[in-house]
Design a protein around this ligand. Sequence first.
Ligand SMILES: Cc1ncc(COP(=O)(O)O)c(C=O)c1O
Length: 450
Amino acid sequence: MPSRITDASVEAMLTREKAQFLQRNPKSRTLAEESSRHWLQGVPMHWMVDWGTAFPLFIQRASGVGLTDADGNAYVDFCLGDTGAMFGHSPPELARRLRQASEDGFTTMLPSPDAAIVGRLLAERFGLPYWQVTATASDANRSTLRWCRAITGRKKILIFNGCYHGAVDETFVSLEDGKQKPDPALIGEPRDLNELTRVVEFNDIPALEAALAPGDVACVLAEPVMTNIGMVLPDTGFHAALREITQATGTILIFDETHCLSSGPGGYSGAHGLAPDAMVLGKPIAGGVPAAVYGFSQAVAERIRTYLKTRTPGHSGIGTTLSGSKLQLALMRTMLETYFTPEAFAPLIELARRLEKGIADVIIKYGAPWHVVRVGARVEFMCSPDRPRNGGEASRIIHRPIDMAIHHYLLNRGVVITPFHNMMLVCPATTKAHVETLIEGLDNCLAELV
Ligand SMILES: Cc1ncc(COP(=O)(O)O)c(C=O)c1O
């Protein structure tokens, strides 16, 4: 019989922890006040106020798994820049390479000798032969969608309800009572996104089949595991069906592996033998320095070449000046050579297993109506007894005051997990002791909540 966590116990914890947050962070508070004079919404990037705290923590230093804020408080970081720092903050090999690269120039609008090596490494690790570089995963997704539309001559894309693929306009459409609806929170979008996008629930094979049957969808853009609405795992057979249906309808299958890179050196596709037509990798691919890549299969690349023969010359709408830069290539090379390797991943995954088990034990100890999931080095607990099978189910679980109470509780005790949901990443600098600190924090938190 699961224990009950009452609204009153959550409220009491949140009120107390919010007060403690104010007390612990006077310098961050002052910096927030000063910053609000010249930054829109008080921060250099507006999401930074979305952590749910009264003001953002101002981070003085980030190294390995450690953060130190402006007040001198130390934290063990399991958020790791929401995957940008998946291999730790300033990973040593990358920092060394960055120091060297800083003498050789950053951007030239021409390839550097690292290009040949990085292209080969991407093909070897991720199984697709042709690649391009962008500055962000959002850009990589946008570019991939354009190529897919160009070569198929189809306008629509298909996404899964509750997905997130970055600032990509046509992915902000979701299902409400079975009807698709553009996200009303989207700022300044003049188009009717319903015309560009079809949405179905993850793991819903009949709905996917029906949505692709007319043959007017250029591509499916999907994370192989949904990671931005809690974690939603694919049912057995879902990926086989997705591959089969996309192939049968001439729809290009793009996997956005930006977060699923936590699965191993070849991403989730590599770890599970999946073969998408295209792939997007962002955030940690250059260790957190802005870079992303997208890759295509031989067949897609050949269609692109054919398309290019007839294309009108001029602006393509794809590509930005700082993409494919010397600096990005140098850093991606180091990341691929040093960190995207089976040897580097093995200890991360082992430690993430320990974290998953520790959290599962705490859940059982208190009979909490929660569950925990893991994808490689990525672990997430969700405050519901059952695993959601799709974005609709997941959205009813997350973003509740309980998450906010837990986040505040952990922050005030020197542990950071990802805002918006309850994701934790293990990096090479994470130790068993760090993991035990997090498990103990959750244990104490639950002792008070149930
Ligand atoms: C799966 C996925 N794709 C793309 C992005 C966009 O990444 P960026 O914000 O670096 O462009 C994100 C960001 O969280 C993401 O989770």
